[in-house]
Design a protein around this ligand. Sequence first.
Ligand SMILES: [Zn+2]
Length: 429
Amino acid sequence: MRWIFQVPTLAILAAGDLASQPIVLTGARLFDGTGAAPLDNAAVLINGNRIERTGRAGSFAVPAEARRIDFTGKTVIPGLIDHHFHLDTRVVPLFLRNGVTSLRDPGKWIESYEPVRRWQRAHGLTGPRLFYCGPLLDGTNPAYPEDSIALQSPLEARAAVRRLVAEGASAVKVYFRLPLDSVRAVVEEAHQHAIPVTAHLETVDVRDAVEAGVDGIEHVTSLGPALLTHKESERYRQQVLADSAARGMGRYRMWAAIDPFSARAVDLARTLARRRTYVDPTLAIFEKQADPREPESAMMVRATRNMIAYTGVLHKQGVPIVVGSHTAVPYAKAGFAYHRELELLVEAGLTPAEALTAATLTGARFLGRQHDLGTIEPGKLADLVVLDADPLVNIGNARRVSLVLVDGRVVESALPAVTTDPGGVGSHQ
Ligand SMILES: [Zn+2]
């Protein structure tokens, strides 16, 4: 399935902005995201909002009028793509400054982003690029009524998808109370419109969702029930159907008992790899570190370890992994949830380069925007991040942002706040 992206998400730039002075970044180590070895003492020429040339510094001619920025000793990587951003207007500017240049919202009315779009227009900002799923497509008694469409039938599911596409959704998300027949209807309709479907699952088995054509999975926990015995998974399913809140601690108990290396677990990973199903693990939102004051801490820590280990199994079997921050997480300060997720992916067994590829090229593919985003190559949009230290040596260095460019323009480090809060943090997990 190759989806296309139909609605422009960027604030429109004045023609004069695009014709501004070319920029050349020189002297840095270049991680271009294509899989090529990093290039030391590189030059990246940016013209308008596109990357025009890359190579060793001095290996190609640079226009005399170009603005030269010397980045000797630093590392340049593609702009980071967040596949799981719940709207918090305070966090949007922090993420942009910290190198997250594209955000996909996994379940909120698109109109909720109007304050962010207004902020972008008011300050001439072209980032972060915004991608929307629209509200959660849930079943009867939705878990988050305010941010959901409560679908009663497959026919309603199709109608809802058509409407969301018309409103600007470039993906849709099925939520965990939606029955399988409606999941299939959502997939068929979304694919008619050439957009992907991603899913948060608890009561539908991931094998059935993937068989129905779902393209991506949010949260590694969505895979849990398929790793239990049939009887155990049905018990969990009935608990969640009776009460959505049952999944809170239920999920930790489930994962504390899961063997991430079992034959069943490896088999599921192979199935997802074969189908090229994207997995957005969102490990950082589930992370629990040891806390002797909490009686269940040991169990939750074990569950966290198993989730991390299973993400490693998925990666090893070839499942395409993307990065989702969940906006704010327990063990990262405001603005660094995404970076915590990168660190946990490396803990799972991805190399720093592989974690960065998940964050960039694989993320761009899941957006359907790999022709424009995800690598630093001639012709691509100029979204890139300059780091003070090398993330390939230590992924924690991704936090050390020196400069961010979006759409060929430098993001000022003193960004204004987004002024109107349209309803605070949405937090679905
Ligand atoms: Zn979420």
